[in-house]
Design a protein around this ligand. Structure first.
Ligand code: TXA
Ligand code: MG
Length: 327
């Protein structure tokens, strides 16, 4: 699929204008990305089930690494199809959704969500925001929307449509505007993965004091209660293959499977996956986690072709270096 071409000047349209929503649906179905308001900050949304669309979002933000993205839903029912909420999650969702609370739990299998959006993890972050536009778009697509904050990587989160435009003009397809975000800080991220109780991974719009009467005592993640602040992405455990990974391999050695990139002669004698025959880094990113999972399931040693350190190549190489690191 080819994503729609990027406009040189990204339009800002009113989020309550029906024709603007039609345009957003058209762009999202074609694999493009649309910035839209939530109660916390503006998000940069794409179809969470479309890996190339997700890669396009990372590219637009200039993300140096692939942090897992939050999947946004339009109702509790759709959240249940994506993650196992459990009793605590159900109680919290009923009390706080729609609102600034993100719940991380075990992903349902098989999952409709792209491996790239979940950064290869078996868990998934899900939230139902207080945003009419977003809820309408999810319902019309009949798919969750993956959306990081709509700012260039490393800059502060946008709380107006103009902030989005200042940061990402010409890099995204459309901006929907509904004025300043009422909450103004990102959602609280609460993990339900620890059987001993919920853990705050990122403090945010839903205060601990509001959450605890509903779900009982909440532990603070090791990484957030230290004096040195940690970037949200670093709180996350990363997908790590069991296989040994060897980088910058122009050729596989005997016994290795091969993760290729760019024009390369077909090899039928080895286990081989080409991330992108065209040498397209967006396509390569969209295939990365699926390829790693597959090679990991069929081989003990994976050799990886050199990948250019430009554009999304930086994020691809970041993840590959982590996958290759000594454990
Ligand atoms: O308010 C918000 O949460 C905004 C709006 C747009 O919804 N979104 C937002 O997304 O702040 P982002 O990508 O800037 O931050 C999401 C963070 C990631 O950095 C990651 O640490 C965490 O959510 N996250 C996502 N999936 C996770 C998972 N499976 N396990 C742990 N953390 C996860
Ligand atoms: Mg962010």
């Amino acid at each position: 699929m080819t994503r729609p071409p990027l406009p040189s000047d990204t339009p800002i349209l009113a989020a309550d204008d029906p024709s603007a929503l039609d345009e957003a649906v058209r762009i999202l179905k074609a694999g493009g990305c649309v910035a839209l308001p939530t109660e916390t900050v503006y998000g940069l949304a794409c179809d969470a089930t479309n890996s190339e669309a997700v890669a396009g979002v990372y590219e637009a933000k200039g993300r140096p690494s692939f942090n897992p993205l939050i999947c946004h839903v339009d109702d509790l029912e759709r959240a249940r199809t994506l993650i196992d909420l459990g009793e605590t999650g159900e109680t919290l969702a009923k009390a706080f959704w729609p609102g600034p609370l993100t719940l991380v739990s075990h992903k349902r299998a098989p999952s409709p969500v792209s491996d790239l959006a979940a950064a290869g993890l078996d868990s998934l972050a899900v939230r139902l925001p207080r945003s009419k536009a977003l809820q309408t778009l999810v319902a019309r697509l009949s798919a969750p929307l993956a959306a990081p904050s709509a700012n260039a990587s490393g800059t502060i989160s946008p709380t107006t449509a103009q902030h989005v435009k200042d940061s990402l003009n010409g890099r995204i397809h459309l901006i929907l505007d509904s004025g300043p975000c009422p909450v103004g800080v990102e959602s609280t991220i609460l993990s339900l993965l620890d059987p001993s109780g919920p853990v705050i991974l990122r403090p945010g719009g839903a205060a601990r004091e509001a959450l605890e009467p509903v779900c009982g005592p909440i532990a603070q993640s090791q990484s957030t209660n230290q004096s040195a602040p940690t970037a949200p992405g670093q709180l996350t455990s990363h997908y790590a293959p069991n296989a040994q990974v060897r980088l910058d391999a122009t050729q596989p050695k005997a016994g290795e499977s091969y993760l290729g990139f760019g024009a390369q002669p077909r090899r039928d004698d080895i286990v081989f996956f080409n991330l992108s025959e065209k040498g397209d880094l967006v396509e390569a990113a969209s295939n990365l986690f699926t390829a790693l999972r597959w090679l990991d399931s069929v081989s003990d040693r994976i050799a990886v072709a050199p990948i250019p350190e430009t554009g999304l190549g930086e994020a691809i190489n970041d993840r590959l270096r982590r996958a290759a690191a000594e454990r």
